[in-house]
Write a protein that binds this ligand. Sequence first.
Ligand code: BDP
Length: 719
Amino acid sequence: MKYIVMICVLLVSVSSLASSIIEGEDGYRLWLKYDPITSASLKKKYTQQVGRFHVTGDTETMQVVRDELNYALNGMLTDATVVSQKQAGLLVVAGDQASSLAASNSLDLKSVGDEGYVIHQTNDGDASQILVLANTDVGALYGTYRLLRQLQTHQPLDGLSVSSSPDIDLRVLNHWDNLDRHVERGYAGQSIWDWHKLPDYRYQRYIDYARANASIGINGTVLNNVNADPLILTPHYLTKVKALADMFRPYGIKVYLSVKFSSPQLIGDLDTSDPLDPEVRQWWKDKVADVYQQIPDFGGFLVKANSEGQPGPGDFGRTHAEGANMLASALAPHGGTVMWRAFVYANEKNEERSKQAYSEFKPLDGKFKDNVLVQVKNGPIDFQPREPFSPLFGAMPDTPLMMEFQITMEYLGFSTHFVYLGSMYEEVLQSDTYARGEGSTVAKVIDGDLFNHNVTGMAGVANIGTDRNWTGHIILQSNWYVFGRMAWDPQVSAKTVADDWIRMTLSNDDKVVASVSDMMMKSHEVTVNTMTPLGLHHIMGAGHHYGPAPWVDSLGRADWNSVYYHRAAKDGIGFDRSESGVNAVEQYFSPLKEQLSDPATTPEKYLLWFHHLPWDYEVKSSGRTLWNELVHRYYQGAADVEEMADTWDSLEGKLDPLQFHQVQMAMDIHEKEAIWWRNACVLYFQQFSGQPIPETLPKPEKSLADYQKMSFPHAPGQG
Ligand code: BDP
């Protein structure tokens, strides 16, 4: 008897042990998984077409191409092999030889420039060959990743004919990473740069980072935080920067650094950092020359100046242009670029925050040197879940403006929320500035089309850290991915990119793709509703920006407080930025200016951004009063998140178990937090509206005071 009991105990514990181990994809491989293609016929076909391949050239980059193909094709197909050029079904060629192959096949290779490529199948018969041609090695690398995408997404190679080149020159990640490895606004572990062990210890992760970026066309990385530590420019750190630059070079990725404007004083022993002082100018020239001696293809500097306490030219009575141009002069002989941020605002200024960047920068239009780009955040305030586009886009025709998007989730749930940002980026890029009449979209401003700029750029604040899955949440890998794809082609649709990403990362099953794609495409709108519907903004927890806190009213600067932004009172809610208020609308072109000035013609998504409206204002699309609409949106947002969680649950068994489980756990958090946002905000605003929450809706479980008491002193990612 005893013996039998023991066996039972043993069986139970063995089976529970087995179920507690979930084996599967932990997310490290991102969208470059290259798992075997399961359809035997497709696998056979691909193997016939590209299983025998040849890559010409011995440069480091062409070796990378060869290695990637070897790895990818052997993963997806059976027995992929390198063969001679003549025998190859797939031939990757760059430079002069590519030009002659292009000529003999009547292909236009010239027009794809330095980074583009042409992919072409020579004919449909038995001797057919797939050519990947480019003018440069890095173009061949991009073309190779494009071809691999075709296989990863199970698309046919027959008759393949692609010609592509980037619409934007500088496609750059901004890491807000400190030298102690803390990532400001980072929610995926520590900084991936192990400064202490560099330059000697070179993780495979550095190479995999470069591969992932190259696969989506990212060609630059700013390694350190915009709130820069001056030590980055000391010899000790520059040897470490050089090690990373050397590793990234074969992948077409240049390294840039954020610099502190007062570096001449802080690490150079000078008693000023005045950009017009000859000694200061010489200090920067020498420093830059030092950098280029070690890193001949160094990209340049990113600068946050006179913003949130950072030093800048304003400290010496100089303009942003004078500051930027001083650095630009030092970098120009070496081919370097200055990315000068327009994220400036100051409490002391007697002007509403959303207007300040425009007021300060517009008068400087045309005053920057050729190698300066002004980097503008997508909205006029600060990476909110939703903002109208910054009015600077379109307003500075004589200055190349660079887009700055946030990929990390500072204001969007700290990387446990399921939010695909592709649709938000698309909304911004496709917004019409009317700067040169209808059709003058933000995309056309930043790709240089509208004002004929030679240098163009797009930056994304990275969401990458040491978490095994890189971004803290598998789905958020798609935001890194879509940033790269849209920087290459700002016209590509968010949906196309989402579908590609799902196929490469999660599953090629059409039904799964449709479900996940649907979730991704609505996720941004859903999240806006759960946090800041109808144009509300900046009502997050103070400092860390975690969770709802519309009650914040005691921070040192007026424009850091939630109450400054929502202006809820007995008479209504919202910020009057129309002509009758602070007149922020004047910074937009007609007819947008007029449209935004009138609540009746303002898109509802921006209603409370531009208007202060009474609680009984009738919302056009629904006929509800403003109060009821606000309540409705908060409840709908939370209900939609619940529905997304159910949809995800329904995919169990159809996805990799570990990927499934990771996202499911995050969805649980997202669901809880959506309800928290809903309850806290509705209770808070109710104090002013004095109106009830409709009987049919569930009552918040806690009191407003309970929500207000919640505190998160150790929330991650703080500044
Ligand atoms: C804000 C972040 C802060 C950044 C700042 C910036 O809260 O950590 O330093 O933007 O972009 O959103 O400089």
